[in-house]
Design a protein around this ligand. Structure first.
Ligand code: 1HE
Length: 268
């Protein structure tokens, strides 16, 4: 079923449907290198709060122009001359958006290019899968700008590459790119051509999974990481109890049993 166009109308995001239920969500402030101002964060909160309910099965998250995202809108921040309390609330809205993404249950594939820096890396790190191309580079310029991360880099970027690499990135402004970035865990895929093409291919593939299965993968795993091992295993048994007995899974299990389902083979 096609997504309703009125659900996809935003100002700082351009959203289109690709195929059946895949929403391509593009940060659409290329003249500002897709810097994240307060209005864009509110649109991310709104979209990712409702994505599942409006029928989105998977999201490709991208940036218009040559760069994915230049991070916090430094000009807005400078002009607003915010109080500590005001900026804490700015950060809490970022967290709201990124938590809706990570825990929302809808698979998000980030198609990265150019700068993925500061808050742009925080945004990318809230996606479930990251695809980079040959132009993509990652950095945390906060140290040089006299500021600090506020969009959960301390958690998600540390998760991806380890605490001390994250500290080095923000302390020294170190830039990662190419295969090294994949080897470290900043992205799972690197493409010779367009990261968008690969992200769309992956999104189409995951959109064909059962929605409840994707919900568990793109919500429960993150929640379980926040628990003790003992509690996570207990919670896992509940999630598996529900997901692995869903009626919609029976046809897929039957196809395996009757040998009509594809077998898993090594890549040729
Ligand atoms: C911006 C921003 C921005 C560009 N906020 N306006 N992030 C950074 O420290 C990265 C800052 N940006 C850059 O280093 C470069 O702009 C890029 C490498 C991303 C792109 O370079 P380039 O040569 O293509 O573009 P440019 O000429 O630097 O910028 C073009 C326009 O985008 C210009 O605006 P204009 O009105 O003068 O044309 C820039 O001002 C604007 N622009 N980046 C606002 N970030 C919750 S805490 C998170 C903390 C952080 O994210 S810190 C990291 C901030």
């Amino acid at each position: 079923m096609a997504l309703d166009k009125k659900d996809l109308e935003y100002e700082n995001l351009a959203i289109r449907e690709h195929g059946d239920g895949v929403a391509v969500v593009t940060l659409n402030r290329p003249t500002k290198r897709n810097a994240l101002d307060a209005a864009t964060i509110e649109e991310l909160v709104t979209f990712f709060s409702s994505a599942r309910q409006i029928g989105v099965k998977a999201v490709v998250l991208a940036g218009e122009g040559e760069h994915f995202c230049a991070g916090l809108d430094l000009v807005e921040h400078w002009k607003a001359d915010r109080s500590p309390e005001d900026f804490m609330h700015v950060c809490l809205r970022w967290h709201e958006a990124f938590n809706k993404m990570e825990y929302g249950g809808v698979p998000i594939i980030a198609a990265l290019k150019g700068a993925v820096v500061g808050g742009g890396l925080e945004l990318a790190s809230a996606a479930h899968v990251r695809v980079m191309d040959q132009t993509t580079y990652f950095a945390l310029p906060e140290g040089q700008r006299g500021i600090f991360t506020g969009g959960s880099a301390t958690i998600r970027v540390s998760d991806m590459i380890g605490k001390y690499r994250m500290i080095d990135m923000i302390l020294t402004g170190r830039v990662y790119q190419g295969q090294e970035a994949v080897d470290l865990g900043l992205a799972q895929y690197i493409t010779e051509g367009s990261s968008m093409d690969k992200a769309l291919e992956l999104a189409e593939k995951v959109a064909a999974n059962l929605p409840l299965t994707n919900f568990a993968i793109c919500s429960a795993i993150s929640h379980m990481q926040n628990m003790s091992g003992l509690d996570a295993a207990y919670a896992e048994s509940f999630v598996a109890g529900i997901v692995n007995t869903q009626p919609a899974a029976r046809a897929r299990l039957e196809a395996f049993a009757d040998k009509s389902a594809a077998r898993i083979r090594p890549n040729s």
